[in-house]
Ligand binder design. Sequence first.
Ligand SMILES: Nc1nc2[nH]c(O)nc2c(=O)[nH]1
Length: 484
Amino acid sequence: MSDTNQASITHFKQLATLVAWDEALGSHVYIENADLVMRGNTVIHAGKDYAGPADRVVAGNGLMAMPGLVNVHSHPSSEPGNRGLLEELGSDKLGQSSLYEYMPVFRTGIETAQYSNQVAMAEMLLSGVTTFVDMSLPRPGWADVVAAAGIRGVLGPMFRSAAWRTNDGHSVEYTWDEAAAQKSFEAALAVADSAINHPSGRLGAMLCPSQVDTCSPELLKAAQAAARRLGIPMQIHAAQSVVEFSEMTRRHGRTPIEWLDDQGLLDGDLIIGHGIFLNDHRALYWPHADDFGLLQRSGAHVAHCPTVFVRRGIALSFLGRYLRAGINVGIGTDTFPHNMLDEMRLACYVARLQAGHFRAASTEEVFNAATINGARMLGRDDIGRIAVGGKADFSLVDLSHPYMRPGREPLRSLIYSAGDRAIRDVYVDGAQVVKDGKLLTIDIERAMQEVERAQAQTIATVAQRDYAGRDIDAMSPRVFPSRA
Ligand SMILES: Nc1nc2[nH]c(O)nc2c(=O)[nH]1
């Protein structure tokens, strides 16, 4: 969408509440009975009493406008196919994680990736996400699929030097193949190029060496050089499992965070996916390190995705500790459902449980994490906030929804009670993508049918991939047995 003075002006008039950015305060603020005005894809007024021209006026009574949420970590091309299979699975003998025994075995294939991507983006848009980081394997056409959804996407093509596998359920083997890594790195660079130069103007890129324990120093160095050349950030999974921590300390005598620092990677251009298993985590014993201090001093960011870990009894300890030490933490969904409001609620509750204290993460901190912190790690100050000159990426929340009432504190009501049920309309880059709770841009039914087909295929063939040859009912029993 063009951003010229000729672009049409839309005036959201007399919004009951506007969550606007106050630059002087360095904070979001509530403004009651406010006007929000966009010209094309840009906000030109966010406050009281707009008196300028407008091509279209939208009544704002009963509505709250809030900034679009920024989802900093997701795997949309594969996660929707895991619904109903993976929620209660982890490996007893691999630190409760599902990464090694289950994820590689259940994964739906690349031929379903675009449909899976669409299902996930639908979930995001309907829960108020306007920007997301999409960490997937490189594939042709990826950028066009994301752009067509109307969302703002940061494509994060993943590549690695080694694949992992368990052959016994209690140890993990890494198969190294640098030639294959080089090929997928080149494919990743092509994806980054297609995103950065995409005509939609809504796409960007980051480079994602997949995991700290699967990438060689050479691959990481090449990735860092390319990211610097392109002026884009990197994200890597690190400190995400006990297995990974043990593997890195076994290989190098260094924690995953220390090792990243040794490679010269730990800086303000790196996002750590998860950052849970620092040396002081209660599941580890490695007292002679200071991962937290290293993170704090480095300026590296953390993508915090509570759901996928809490399902397995694992949690970051704890969100408020990281934030109050100045570590920039954003929120990601990682798994299904891609519902940021659910994720934000869980982020609040889990931090409080981990700390044993109700002040361990405030609503303000979590809302900031899901907006401006996420924007900051993407190097942007024009999203994650509603401010003049910024992008017109925002949601309109229905304050008349029963879960939003009584209406004293709309963001608390949204996060703790209503969730996505109260998201009425969503705009990205000035264009409406959700109207009256319905998505305008994706054929969800078609995409869902393809994901269902792919999951059925995965289920039928799971025994061929499982190290013990188990069928689906042995690997992932249903909640109740079926009776004839
Ligand atoms: N939590 C994680 N999810 C993942 N998906 C994927 O493809 N890789 C990972 C991972 O390393 N961690």
